[in-house]
Design a protein around this ligand. Structure first.
Ligand SMILES: [Fe+2]
Length: 239
């Protein structure tokens, strides 16, 4: 029986319920920190306590609430920063040791392979990180929600196609780890549960999705997000 080469830890930090993740490669005791922000010291000291060296920093996107612990993390660890090239261009920041990727690239962390998906919609270069049967999704997909598309660089048409791709390409058992805790109970979920109850995965047509994302959703839902059936989602855009 094969055992997983890695373990994922998470901490919910800051006033916006952000998750900071640590992917620990068990063989080498190295780790990637994902979206270092807020009281990131808590994650850095957790790594220290476990004897783990942080070698890589992975960014799902460049919004302030996902990167405001970047400098503290760089002071703590000589880590490389990974993000997608279109996000670096959108952001325009002068980064230390950046590695700019394209969708489909892989990052090798000891024996752990991290696959990078380009998932535009929330920002032009948003990324999801696919590790084993787990997906670290940033602000692309939340438990029963998805990221806003009305901020600079957002694009609801792109988000529609991004989510359609995640829905069709990821196995149903994939565990979803979102960028914010908007969930009613367990902070993570499965793709199966999302396909069943995430309203953003219910729309078959781009124009319906765009209407729901841009004009309907924020009027009728608030966090924590609960399950929505396909019938309920369709009814809400036809009201
Ligand atoms: Fe964001």
């Amino acid at each position: 029986m094969s055992t997983s080469p890695y373990k994922i830890y998470s901490k919910e930090l800051g006033p916006m319920e952000n998750f900071v993740y640590l992917v620990h490669d068990l063989k080498t005791d190295t780790a990637a920190i994902i979206d270092p922000a807020w009281e990131v010291e808590e994650v850095l000291s957790m790594a220290d306590d476990k004897g783990i060296t942080i070698t890589d920093i992975l960014l799902t996107h460049s919004h302030h609430d996902h990167i405001n612990g970047l400098n503290k993390t760089l002071e703590h660890s000589d880590a490389r920063i990974h993000l997608l090239k279109p996000e670096a261009q959108f952001w325009g920041a002068d980064l230390t040791r950046p590695e700019l990727h394209h969708g489909g690239d892989r990052i090798q962390l000891g024996e752990t392979e991290i696959n990078i998906l380009h998932t535009p919609g929330h920002t032009p270069g948003s990324a999801c990180y696919h590790i084993g049967d787990e997906l670290i999704a940033g602000d692309t997909l939340f438990v029963f929600g998805c990221g806003r598309c009305d901020l600079a660089g957002g694009d609801p048409e792109q988000m529609f196609h991004t989510l359609k791709r995640l829905k069709t390409e990821l196995p149903a058992a994939t565990i979803l780890h979102p960028g914010h805790n908007y969930a009613p109970q367990s902070p993570s979920s499965t793709m199966q549960a999302q396909c069943d109850g995430n309203p953003f995965l219910h729309f078959d047509h781009e124009h319906d999705f765009v209407k729901y994302r841009m004009r309907v959703h924020d009027r009728i839902r608030e966090t924590p997000y609960h399950e929505v059936t396909k019938e309920e989602a369709m009814a809400s855009i036809n009201r």
